[in-house]
Each structure stands twice: as C-alpha cells, then as structure tokens.
Write a protein that binds this ligand. Sequence first.
Ligand SMILES: C[S@@+](CC[C@H](N)C(=O)[O-])C[C@H]1O[C@@H](n2cnc3c(N)ncnc32)[C@H](O)[C@@H]1O
Length: 236
Amino acid sequence: MAQPYSPHFLCDQAQRTQATRSFIYNQVRWDAAPLTLDLGCGSGAITSELTARTHHTTAIGIDINPLLLSSAIQNKSHPAVHYLLADATAMPFRSNLFSFILDHFTLMWIQRYQHALEESYRVLHTGGKFASIEPDYSGRIEAPLIPSNTSSPIPPIIKYLTTVGAHPYLGSQLPRALDQAGYKGICFGVLAWEYCKQAAQQEIRGEANLLTAHKLPWELPHFTFTPIFWVLGNRP
Ligand SMILES: C[S@@+](CC[C@H](N)C(=O)[O-])C[C@H]1O[C@@H](n2cnc3c(N)ncnc32)[C@H](O)[C@@H]1O
C-alpha cells in the first residue's frame, strides 16, 4: 500500500496528538520493569515516550518501512529504545511478552488490521494493555463547508485515503474490533478539541501536499477538524 508520510510529517502529526497520548499514559499502570511496544513506529517520533514511566522500561518499535525505520535508528537518543523491521500482523515475538502496546495512526494503514489486533493480543502478557489512537474521518469538518451541491461532497482527503487502501473510518470501529480480538475492559472516547492556528495550518499544509501529489484538487479551508479516537483494552 502506498504510504506517503515523511519523518517530518510524522513529527508534526505526533505533536498534534500529544494531549491524547498524555491522557492514555495517565490511564495505564505499568509493571515495575515493563517491556512496551510501539506498533508501526515509523521514524520513532513517539517510541521513546514509552520508556518514560519508570526507569526500568524498555521500548521496542517495529515497522515494515525500512526507510522510516532507518531514520528512527539514526535519531535514536534513548538507550532503552530498540527498533526492529517487522510486520504487525505476524510479529517475531513469543507470546505473553509485553506490558503495553501503543498503536498511533498505524492500524488505519494496515489492510488486515484485525490480524494486527490479534497478534498484539498474543504478544501482550496477562493484564497487559493495548492502546490505540486513530482518526475517524466520518466526523470530518472542513470550514468553509464543502458545498453540498458539488458533484462530490466527500472531502478529498477521504477520497485519497480510500484510494490508497487506508481505513479512514477506523477510529469509531476500533472498540468493536478490540472486542472481537478478545480484549476486555474496553473504554474509548474523543478528547475535546481546541482550535490552534499554527497546528491547523500545519495540518492543512500536510494534507494539501498529499492531495497535490495525487492530483486531487482541494480548495484550501480555513480549518479542518478530524475526530481522533482513543481506545484502551486489557488482555485478560
Ligand atoms: C502514519 S504512520 C505512523 C507512524 C508512527 N506510529 C507515528 O505515529 O509516528 C503509519 C506507520 O505504519 C507502518 N505500517 C504500515 N503497515 C504496517 C505493518 N503491517 N506492520 C508494521 N508497520 C506498518 C508504516 O510503515 C508507517 O510507519
């Protein structure tokens, strides 16, 4: 599947979800010496955060994109962070290993994301936690609104994601997907959103670059809003 993100894009994106990640980290109680996993770590924009809860935590980031992974390795600044080229749907780990797994904008790019959820369940140890942060473009707002009398009122970014085989509506589907994979104690939500001009412009620029590269015309909006779901589940 064509995956368009650069390390720069991922870094900007990670900044925009900082509040959601802090919220997740505060919900999760980790073991004394946990092993954590960043599922689809890309260029490692957030992997080192998964070591921050205790002095004894080790974080492993896996990704299938060798270019992004090499950028992660080159920028590695934390001794307890390790990176591995691996597929989230068939992980090279024994079962019952990890205390915490974070998916941040990865599952939406995996065609068989249910397999990745089941694999994550397998490698989590009993009582381990799985957390997902994924957008859902069904709640997308663009202002000014796309006129309903245009032949196609679907926002171009959704057309783009669908064309490249991503799952633009994954956020709200995840609670059920976790349930089907066997997770328990599932809770989820969307954090309140506050407009920030700089972040909004950054996001619009990033999306405009993507759409231009794919020759999808887009009349630049003043702002866009895409709900970001957080979902948490336990491995019983
Ligand atoms: C939008 S990026 C998010 C990267 C990172 N989680 C972040 O937030 O910075 C999606 C990542 O998922 C990775 N990915 C896609 N399919 C994957 C798979 N089957 N196994 C592992 N990683 C995968 C991509 O290579 C890419 O790095």
